[in-house]
Write a protein that binds this ligand. Structure first.
Ligand code: HEC
Length: 133
């Protein structure tokens, strides 16, 4: 029976206790490293804010979205330091997930039930708002 050099290598590797070198791979065909959970959640939060929140809260969170003028009460300016100091992170995350009515605020502020199983995205949205000091 003919024994190829590869077979010999495999046998030796199987016997050796120190392990074998990894199979050669072509770096050009390797998949790019997966983004971290945090990076993905941040990107999702940015996109969600632009798509869902900006119409009322404004692109910069100043409470000046196109729909804001028609609302009573109007969405507040997230850059208001006094407001930032007056609310907890939990308040911000709860209103994002459950809507204004759930926390005694305007029911015009919608719930986002699809985010209930995405706590990292909710946290990233809250961090975005916290960053608007
Ligand atoms: C249809 C308009 C509308 C949309 C869309 C909307 N909001 Fe609001 N939001 C409001 C209004 C109005 C208030 C103010 C409620 C009040 O003061 O009673 C509010 C309040 C809030 C508050 C709490 C402010 C406070 O006074 O405690 C947060 C945080 C918030 N919104 C975040 C978001 C985020 C994040 C999104 C997108 C996922 C979003 N909102 C989408 C209208 C909207």
């Amino acid at each position: 029976m003919r024994v190829s050099p590869l077979t010999v290598t495999m046998l030796l590797c199987a016997i050796a206790t120190t392990g074998c070198p990894p199979a050669p791979s072509n770096p050009g065909t390797r998949a790019p490293a997966a983004p971290t959970v945090a990076a993905t959640s941040e990107a999702d939060a940015q996109q969600i804010f632009t798509e869902r929140c900006t119409p009322c809260h404004g692109a910069q969170g100043a409470g000046d979205g196109v729909a804001a003028a028609a609302l009573t009460p109007r969405p507040r300016n997230f850059h208001d330091a006094t407001w930032q100091g007056s609310v907890t992170d939990t308040h911000i995350e709860t209103i994002i997930q459950q809507g204004g009515a759930a926390v005694g605020k305007s029911p015009v502020m919608p719930a986002n039930p699809d985010l209930n199983d995405k706590p990292a995205v909710v946290a990233a949205l809250r961090a975005m708002i916290r960053g608007m000091r």
